[in-house]
Ligand binder design. Structure first.
Ligand SMILES: Nc1ncnc2c1ncn2[C@@H]1O[C@H](COP(=O)(O)OP(=O)(O)OP(=O)(O)O)[C@@H](O)[C@H]1O
Ligand code: SF4
Ligand SMILES: [Mg+2]
Length: 329
């Protein structure tokens, strides 16, 4: 506990900046992102394609490859400065205390190895146990993520499994060493809606039961509305709104968040054409320093040529906008 009586966060990301230096310019994929996550908390990281969600996740995991580079900021996990870790320290942490689930399970699964081999290796890389115990944990992890006939699946190769099963195995591998933080990067987007719903429901239950913190990355606000404790809305490399899920859904402050909510199908909008935010996400290589949403924003004014500072309308909520919803346009 700190002097203020608040428990220290599990993850604290401050002013994170990850840029890609390419021939066509510098893409500021992540440009001043702040995220705080408590132990066992579920955060939804939401935004359109190209807003910097995956690169934020990769930055936290130490997985940014050239030409990308973390050029500024601070990432603390349980009080440890992640940006200062050596490769050996990263190997001890990744897959053990922090794990990632990717959109494509083939990022995790090796096609030429059986599921049991891959799972046992993941356990043995971090725990001082024998093969038999590692295999027992592998089986238990498959059961935990709702895989029927786990013994049969353990002996299978990834190509022998359906897409949904492969993703469940990748999730089981991420969870097998009881990480304290899981970053899930759109892991259900490629699956059909009912399997997506099942996996999300099971992940939530598992994280709650084990006290695992989860960052769920998605372009779909509806997905995190029922899953996350808090939501961070990203636009063009920045978190433009952050706060408790229910508050954000009930009373969005940033016009972009308002647009995302209006474009989610609901009972109220059944039979009507859904709202679509006009225009496209700008290229992150030629942002001019003003509010990046202003080419698409109905509330834009001359003031918006200057990037809005972060405002704190109430404890636990932040947004970046000169003319928030609910205020004067
Ligand atoms: N390898 C790369 N080379 C150059 N720029 C890159 C590279 N990877 C990402 N970027 C830049 O980073 C931006 C953000 O990418 P990121 O993958 O984080 O988006 P995202 O929000 O995860 O989108 P999606 O929903 O499509 O997965 C891209 O729009 C691009 O400008
Ligand atoms: S700062 Fe201006 S352009 Fe940006 S979201 Fe707010 S009103 Fe719209
Ligand atoms: Mg992505």
């Amino acid at each position: 506990m700190s002097e203020t009586g608040q428990a220290a966060p599990l993850l604290s990301v401050r002013n994170l900046r990850t840029h890609f230096h390419t021939r066509s310019g510098t893409a500021k994929a992540v440009d001043g992102v702040d995220i705080t996550l408590a132990r066992g908390e579920i955060l939804g990281l939401v935004g359109e394609s190209g807003s910097g969600k995956s690169i934020s996740g990769f930055s936290i995991m130490g997985l940014v490859d050239p030409p990308g580079r973390v050029v500024g900021g601070r990432i603390e996990f349980d009080g440890r400065d992640l940006l200062g870790l050596s490769d050996a320290e990263w190997r001890r942490l990744r897959g053990n205390e922090i794990a990632m689930i990717f959109q494509d399970p083939s990022m995790t699964l090796n096609p030429v190895l059986r599921v049991d081999t891959q799972m046992v290796e993941t356990v043995l890389a971090h725990a001082d146990v024998g093969r038999e115990e590692a295999l027992r944990r592998a089986r238990e992890a498959l059961v935990m993520v709702g895989i029927p006939s786990p013994d049969e699946r353990l002996r299978a190769y990834p190509f022998e499994l359906s897409g949904g099963m492969r993703q469940r195995v990748a999730i089981a591998i991420a969870l097998i060493n009881d990480p304290r933080l899981v970053i899930a990067d759109e892991p259900t987007t490629a699956l059909d809606v009912s399997i997506q719903g099942q996996i999300i429901h099971e992940m939530k239950k598992l994280c709650r039961r084990k006290g695992t913190a989860l960052i769920w990355v998605t372009h779909d606000l509806a997905v995190v509305a029922g899953l996350a404790d808090r939501i961070a809305v990203m636009y063009a490399g920045r978190v433009v709104e952050f706060g408790p899920t229910a508050d954000i859904i009930r009373r969005p402050l940033h016009p972009y968040t308002g647009g995302l909510i209006a474009s989610v199908p609901s009972r109220a909008t059944r039979g009507r054409r859904l709202h679509q935010i006009p225009g496209m996400t700008p290229s992150l290589s030629d942002l001019d320093g003003g509010c990046a949403f202003r080419t698409r924003c109905e509330r834009a004014s001359a003031a918006c040529a200057v990037a809005p500072e972060e405002s704190v309308p109430e404890p636990g909520r932040t947004f970046r906008c000169w003319h928030p919803l609910g205020g004067r346009a």
